[in-house]
Design a protein around this ligand. Structure first.
Ligand code: NAP
Length: 373
């Protein structure tokens, strides 16, 4: 059955159930946390740290586009390609113009396609129809055999070529290297000075590494704009390990990855219907059983705003301050449109705290081990 749709203010086709309610539309803007929180631009965008680069308050993650190592049941095909393009176009229609990819996304056998190449293609196709301005974030893979600052510039040039652009808005070190980190940071600085990137960031960096990176770039007058880390209602490590506080203090944007816990916080996976594939090993029926009371409460809170659980948990992140930018992954147009409904309203402080306190009852899953390097 086709869902009923209406066209929203930005020309965005929204299924009726995703429309903002009157209560939601009247709600307050999110709070800023800390003196150094990123500036909120007039058009509702935020700046990436001290870089001056504006991005939408929510970005779209493109890890699953073309990937057959973790996502897509290990198979890529034309149907999935069309759906991914639908996700890109729907994001633009809804005013979301910030996209996160990486040189290693879209890897695998079974017809995998590099995510940067797909994003570049989608941008080009869209630009053939109309002028669109997007902000691209991509990442350098700190592989052990890559040494020295030159390896960063060389990988970046390959990324730019796949994306079909002469510069990107944000270039990030995907994870700390086992060695060679000073060289990587110097390479980031070189990329910035050469005008190949408008802002530089890191990802999966601990508080200690973040401070070192910040200071090293600062000596060259370059702001460290962001740290992209795993952060969601049920994975609050950044609140506990000093990363969030350091970002607030230094004016660094915290880009929240896996913000809907890889689909688990949408409420669609239950103990009787757990996710398949690699996610099934992380989010087991036992874990999902413990999660149900929280999911039920999220649904109740969502109902009072006429919002879906996905929109509630993304709004919970946005409520953590204007320097938190979630980047949920969308596989199709409907998922991307749903994300847009997380913007333009705000949970109350009491709801934010109640959800955090309920989430504390659930033991977090094991994250990406590189964040402990
Ligand atoms: N820096 C890093 O090390 C790192 C690590 C991980 C991710 N990331 C970045 O963060 C982005 C997002 O993280 P993620 O993809 O791991 O997890 P996520 O955004 O928490 O979850 C994405 C998944 O949730 C499901 N979903 C999305 N929208 C939905 C909706 N509206 N309703 C129901 N289900 C929905 C989809 O999977 P199904 O439809 O199959 O359920 C989708 O693939 C990535 O794309 C990537 O850009 C970075």
């Amino acid at each position: 059955m086709m869902a009923m749709q209406v066209v929203s203010a930005g020309g965005c086709l929204l299924p009726l159930r995703l429309l903002p309610s009157r209560r939601a539309a009247a709600a307050r803007p999110p709070r800023a946390s800390g003196a150094s929180a990123a500036a909120v631009e007039e058009d509702g965008k935020v700046t990436l740290g001290g870089s001056g680069v504006p991005v939408t308050k929510l970005g779209i993650g493109a890890w699953s586009w073309g990937d057959t190592t973790y996502w897509n049941e290990f198979q890529w095909d034309d149907r999935k390609l069309k759906a991914a393009k639908g996700a890109f176009d729907a994001s633009i229609d809804c005013g979301i113009t910030f996209f996160d990819t990486a040189e290693v996304y879209g890897a695998g056998i079974s017809g995998a396609i590099n995510s940067e190449s797909l994003l570049g293609r989608f941008i080009k196709e869209r630009q053939q129809k109309e002028e669109v301005k997007v902000a691209i974030a991509t990442k350098f893979a700190a592989l052990p055999w890559r040494l020295g600052r030159g390896s960063v510039i060389s990988a970046l040039k390959d990324s730019l070529s796949r994306l079909g652009v002469s510069s990107v808005e944000l270039y990030q070190l995907h994870w700390p290297g086992i060695w060679g980190n000073e060289g990587y940071l110097d390479g980031l600085g070189d990329a910035y000075e050469q005008g190949l990137v408008k802002a530089v960031g890191v990802s999966n960096y601990s508080e200690k590494r973040l401070r070192v990176a910040y200071e090293r770039l600062k000596k060259r007058g370059i702001p460290l704009a962001s740290n992209q880390v795993n952060y969601s209602l049920i994975y609050r490590n950044p609140e506990e390990n000093g990363v969030k506080a350091a970002c607030d203090e230094l004016g660094i944007t915290l880009i929240a990855y896996s913000p809907i816990a890889q689909g688990i916080l949408t409420g669609k996976y239950t103990p009787d219907n757990p996710p398949t594939g690699p996610r099934g090993r992380i989010y087991t029926p036992e874990f999902l059983t413990k999660l149900q009371p929280l999911i039920n409460r999220i649904k109740e809170i969502g109902a009072s705003y006429e919002k879906t659980p996905t929109q509630v948990v993304l709004n919970w992140l946005i409520c953590q301050g204007s320097n938190v930018v979630p980047i949920p992954g969308a596989k199709n147009a409907e998922q991307a449109m749903e994300f847009a409904g997380a913007l333009g309203w705000s949970l109350t402080d009491q709801e934010v705290e109640e959800m955090r306190s309920m989430a504390r009852e659930i033991k977090p899953v094991i994250g990406f081990p590189v964040e402990k390097l």
